[in-house]
Design a protein around this ligand. Structure first.
Ligand code: EPU
Length: 340
């Protein structure tokens, strides 16, 4: 199936719920259809301005997009290898990620449960390396299948070549960003319980409950529901900013002034990650409104559309937040959301 729409509304294609239009919206539900899309004359006219979109849960359309929005609907969850310890599963890029987590829990397979209730689709999860509660998508990835837009061949890219990092992969940067369109991902799920419960209040929230997959998933969903706004009620794209990684010396100086400043260890030597939500809250911006945009009261890392925000309200609010945090802490935070 190929669907091409001109001057398409993107309101249903972004969880901020903003009204923007794309010159061309092209959708496909299998690899052959994707090849047809790439050869289409209307798509070719904008070949230097193509954006691959999943659910639109990590994007801010700052205005109309004068290019092609490609939206894949490749579905399927398929067993491909089974051993005593693990199961390899191939998942279509257009599957909703949380449906995959639910599927894994139903099949008694471990490893995906901490990534419960993250909005978005599998292809985007592989590009963005979604993460939460001590797990990252790349912990599960065996390989990523992508269409090479030059050769029109499917390539199988092993996890080690994807250069995964904190919300990072090769697919986010040129030349790979234009070269590859993710069509499916092979993930590895474990057959034996291996829970990660060390993050924040996960363990405490599980107290009194039996430690099993279903309860871990439900606990994570409930922690998220308490902290993060439902995009169907207040448009948002999850964390708007990344948590900054700063030198330990700078962190120690800040700790002298703000003894309660939280931090997370990172792999980079001499560095530490600081929660941007905390920095924003300490900058006095909790609940701060600008036009129809607002810093979410329960988690300052999230910017919400209170109902009729203009894209510019959100862009301006994000600039206000960045400037205030810089002024107060001399730390430059940067958006996690893709701004188009
Ligand atoms: N905090 C505040 N004020 C706030 C927000 C946070 O003081 O307004 C403090 C919390 O009290 C806590 C610390 O900051 O001590 C960390 O907060 P939290 O556990 O909520 O996590 P986070 O670092 O703010 C990250 C991810 C989230 C993910 C959670 C849980 C990023 C950019 N965000 O947030 O991911 O759900 O950890 O693992 O790394 C997303 O990427 O869209 C997302 C929601």
């Amino acid at each position: 199936m190929v669907t091409i729409t001109l001057n398409a509304s993107l309101k249903e294609y972004n969880t901020f719920g903003l009204s923007a239009k794309a010159a061309v919206l092209a959708e496909y539900d299998n690899v052959e259809a994707l090849k047809l899309v790439l050869g289409n004359e209307l798509v070719q006219q904008h070949k230097d301005n193509i954006w691959c979109l999943g659910k639109g849960s990590n994007i801010l359309f700052s205005g109309d997009f004068n290019g092609v929005i490609l939206h894949g609907k490749i579905k399927g969850i398929e067993f491909i290898e089974d051993t005593e310890e693990k199961t390899l599963v191939k998942v279509g890029a257009g599957e909703t990620w949380d449906d995959v987590v639910e599927w894994a829990v139903q099949h008694n397979l471990y490893g995906a449960e901490n990534l419960s209730a993250i909005p978005g689709e599998v292809g985007a999860a592989a590009v963005q390396n979604i993460g939460a509660y001590g797990s990252e998508f790349c912990d599960l990835v065996v390989s990523v299948e992508a269409l090479n837009t030059k050769t029109l061949e499917i390539e199988n890219i092993p996890c080690a070549n994807c250069q995964y990092g904190y919300r990072e992969s090769i697919f986010k940067h040129q030349p790979f960003k234009s070269l590859y369109i993710v069509t499916s991902v092979v993930i590895e799920l474990k057959k034996n319980a291996e829970f990660k419960l060390e993050y924040g209040n996960v363990k405490t929230a599980l107290e009194g409950k039996e430690l099993n997959l279903r309860n871990v998933r439900e606990t994570i969903v409930s922690i998220r529901n308490n902290k993060l706004p439902d995009w169907k009620v207040s448009g948002n794209a999850g964390s708007f900013f990344k948590n900054p990684v700063i030198p330990i010396e700078k962190f120690e100086k800040l700790k002298n002034i703000y003894p309660t400043i939280p931090s997370y260890a990172v792999k980079q030597e001499g560095m530490v990650k600081v929660p941007a939500g905390w920095l924003i809250e300490q900058s006095g911006l909790k609940g701060f409104k600008h036009g129809g945009a607002q810093v979410y009261e329960k988690q300052c890392l999230v910017l919400i559309n209170t109902g009729n925000a203009l894209p510019s309200d959100i862009v301006e609010l994000s600039n206000i937040v960045i400037a205030k945090v810089k002024e107060q802490f001399d730390i430059e935070i940067s958006p996690e959301v893709n701004i188009l």
